[in-house]
Ligand binder design. Structure first.
Ligand code: FAD
Length: 322
């Protein structure tokens, strides 16, 4: 992992910097670039614009991670429920992403599972426009919560709820985790991974991580997966990987509507539009809320060219999201 990425992860986890940025830097260039707005209305309006103008769907994400206070957890859950209701009322496909550590898993697994069930039940009972897939996507956080997130997915899936799971291509165990899932009518979002570990757990270096990612992608695009109704989602901005996946999918008989690419709001927009023009499905991960700092600063770690946005945030400049 690069020094820049390490530094940004440390900044993201610093409670004092986070507090400072939320107050002093609420009107921030960094937030404006990567976050759709402070509330459900802002996120809904952006989701509507994206689908109407560009045919790009959204997965709404209420910002907040590693939350320990019960009141804050309940607030987070209510924001997610409000987002689901708003998507349903607007007749958009109901797709939200949730971090287990934001909805109770920092306190108690039973509490977290109950909240996740409530969210998935709410998503299940919304109308679904044609061609859309209502889904609650479980984000994957650090290694300490990987097993519990997989168990949560299994339990919601067993109860017939619309749930999907994010897996990280850089983890050595991902192929094993995937091989249990590709025979089920569920969905996995494959990402490279934002929580790197040592070589005992993770492939290292660009070539190693790309190899891990593509091996997992090929498993997700296997004939057995298609026959089982498995739905692959590839969460990457890496055009080399995406083109390789497109080629593999074509050669193995997958139609463009049988899988999708997902990218973060504000990242590689030209590439998002290009994929749409090529006839592929694109979804953006669309964050909203006030707790934008840890999320946005990690984007600087992924691409140091975003550091100019960080500099403008510290200077108090920018366009503001409130
Ligand atoms: P990279 O090799 O990092 O990037 C490919 C190209 O895109 C490069 O040109 C690069 O400069 C550009 N790029 C990448 N990121 C940025 C950026 N922020 N700003 C500008 N340009 C950029 N990780 C998890 O660990 N758990 C999750 O649940 C999770 N969910 C995700 C959901 C979605 C929809 C996406 C797209 C990513 C998610 N991630 C998650 C993050 C992911 O693991 C990677 O850290 C991140 O996507 C960068 O990897 P990449 O595949 O885009 O490839």
């Amino acid at each position: 992992m690069s020094i820049v990425q390490n530094t940004m992860i440390a900044l993201a986890r610093s409670a004092s910097v986070s507090r400072f940025m939320r107050s002093a830097g609420a009107r921030s260039a960094l937030a404006t670039r990567f976050v759709s707005g402070a509330d459900v209305e802002a996120a809904l309006s952006m989701a509507t614009r994206l689908v109407e103008r560009h045919g790009i769907r959204a997965s709404l994400f209420y910002l907040g991670e590693y939350v320990v206070e019960r009141a804050a957890i309940e607030f987070n859950v209510n924001r997610v429920l409000a987002a689901i209701d708003a998507l349903g009322r607007a007749r958009l496909d109901v797709h939200v992403s949730i971090d287990p550590t934001a909805i109770g898993f920092m306190e108690d697994d039973a509490f977290g599972t109950a909240n996740a069930t409530l969210i998935a039940q709410r998503a299940a009972c919304q109308p679904s426009p044609s061609g859309a897939r209502n889904s609650v996507m479980l984000d994957m956080e650090d290694l300490s919560i990987l097993d519990r997130t997989c168990r949560l997915h299994a339990s919601l899936q067993a109860n017939g709820l619309p749930v999907a799971l994010t897996l990280q291509g850089q983890r050595r165990r991902t192929l094993d985790d995937l091989s249990k899932l590709v025979h089920q009518p569920t969905s996995v979002r494959l990402v490279k991974g934002a929580f790197p570990e040592s070589t005992a757990y993770d492939y290292q270096g660009r070539a190693g991580i790309d190899r891990g990612y593509l091996d997992a992608a090929h498993l997700m695009l296997s004939p057995n997966a298609r026959d089982a109704g498995f739905y692959p989602a590839f969460g990457t901005h890496d055009d080399r990987l995406a083109l390789s996946i497109i080629d593999y999918a074509k050669r193995h008989g997958w139609a463009p509507e049988q899988f999708e690419f997902e990218m973060l709001y504000g990242v590689r927009i030209t590439w998002q539009l290009k994929l749409r023009q090529m006839g592929y499905q694109v979804r953006v991960y669309l964050p909203f809320g006030n707790d934008w700092w840890p999320y946005a600063v990690r984007r600087v770690g992924e691409n140091p060219r975003n550091a100019w946005l960080l500099a403008r945030s510290y200077a108090g400049g920018g366009y503001g999201i409130d």
